[in-house]
Design a protein around this ligand. Structure first.
Ligand SMILES: C=CC1=C(C)c2cc3[nH]c(cc4nc(cc5[nH]c(cc1n2)c(C)c5CCC(=O)O)C(CCC(=O)O)=C4C)c(C)c3C=C
Ligand code: FE2
Ligand code: FE2
Length: 344
């Protein structure tokens, strides 16, 4: 019997340093997130980062936490519930980190008789620290506990025409009644090193002005290319003028070059260039979360206004919108009927 496993990143159990610490420990000790030898990761994460970050992160989580829990989890649950109404197949939700484990979700599917799973990493783009780690972890759990299960994975959907349509229409709705002189696509950042590591050709990705715009097989796993491509496709769908749109990368850790330009630097720069009415969209995320609600909607607005901005709007992620749920149901139906799915 067929079934669906949705996987997103996960959140701590509560917005307290006590619960944030083990969550961040699991997250940052992932070799695809902090990709250095284990002994060094231990020193960096447990000896340095976890000494101060949990308290800081807990304060940020407290600002966005809902009565029902973490926005990322609550929105993912709402999405799952709505999806269940649109498909006959069992659907389970798991998280890569934290207490809503992938193992429990697969267990739930197995109890319902599922032995063929459609794995949906809830990320539009491929990055080793997001999409890839979900796939690898799910396969590890399958190999250890659910050896008879067959798993097929949804490819990254950053350029899927139906997804671009749903995303663009939601941006259009967000821009309605908001007069803006610039629209910023702010994507979650990753270290530049990860782009080179994920390049199967080992020579294409130079992180320069041209590599991401020159055809290459490297683009299947190039997060930077995929962010540019998505921005271009939305820009063209909405017929937006070239000079009114740009892209940047948010949420970096210190002491490493991450993808540029940095979103917070752009917030400082735009007002000085006369761009004082700013709309920001965060299309690396399908669901609003700490990184969109605190870093962009709250902190971002503050930084932009302090730098001389006049009006600011964060356009929400797709969350549990009907169009997004229906599109996912359509992809599930295609997989159910045809067994394979490709967005190329
Ligand atoms: C969109 C995909 C994501 C990628 C790629 C990604 C890479 C990445 N993230 C960190 C470090 C942190 N990220 C944090 C939060 C966070 N990250 C994503 C998504 C991606 N991360 C989401 C959806 C969230 C929000 C989770 C939530 O509960 O709402 C955090 C925790 C918060 C904080 O302390 O700032 C960290 C840390 C790295 C190092 C990385 C790539 C190497
Ligand atoms: Fe992150
Ligand atoms: Fe590239």
């Amino acid at each position: 019997m067929k079934g669906v496993l949705l996987v997103n990143l996960g959140s701590p159990d509560s917005p307290t340093a006590k619960d944030v610490k083990p969550y961040l420990d699991e997250f940052l000790m992932d070799e695809r997130v902090i990709d250095v030898p284990k002994w060094l990761r231990n020193i960096l994460v447990r000896g340095i980062i976890l000494q101060t970050r949990p308290k800081k992160s807990a304060e940020a989580y407290s600002k966005i936490w809902w009565e029902e829990g973490s926005p990322l989890i609550v929105i993912s649950e709402r999405f799952t519930e709505k999806l269940r109404e649109q498909t006959q197949l069992p659907v389970a939700l798991g998280m890569r980190y934290g207490s809503m484990t992938i193992k429990n979700a697969l267990q739930e599917l197995e109890t319902k008789g599922v032995d063929e799973v459609f794995l949906v990493p809830l990320y539009p783009h491929y990055a080793m620290s997001s999409y890839e780690t979900v796939v690898v972890k799910t396969m590890e759990v399958k190999d250890e506990f659910f050896t008879e299960m067959k798993i097929t994975t949804l490819p990254a959907f950053y350029k899927n025409p139906d997804y671009i349509k749903v995303l663009s229409e939601s941006i259009k709705k967000g821009l309605k009644d908001f007069e803006y002189d610039h629209l910023l696509f702010s994507y979650h950042g990753i270290p530049e090193r990860h782009i080179r590591k994920s390049d199967p050709t080992k020579f294409h990705c130079k992180i320069d002005g041209s590599c991401c715009h020159t055809n290459s097989v490297a683009h299947h796993t190039c997060y930077r290319h995929q962010c540019y491509k998505m921005t271009e496709l939305v820009k063209s769908y909405l017929n937006l003028p070239e000079e009114k749109v740009s892209l940047s990368f948010q949420s970096r850790l210190p002491n490493d070059p991450w993808l540029k330009p940095y979103t917070d630097f752009e917030f400082e720069r735009f007002p000085k260039e006369g761009k004082k009415k700013l709309a920001v969209v965060t299309p690396a995320f399908v669901a609003d979360c700490l990184e969109t609600l605190e870093e962009i909607a709250m902190e971002g607005q503050h930084q932009f206004m302090e730098a001389g901005g006049e009006t600011y709007k964060h356009i929400p992620c797709l969350n549990d919108s009907d169009a997004w749920v229906s599109l996912m149901a359509q992809w599930i139906e295609e997989w159910e009927k045809e067994g394979v799915l490709s967005h190329d």
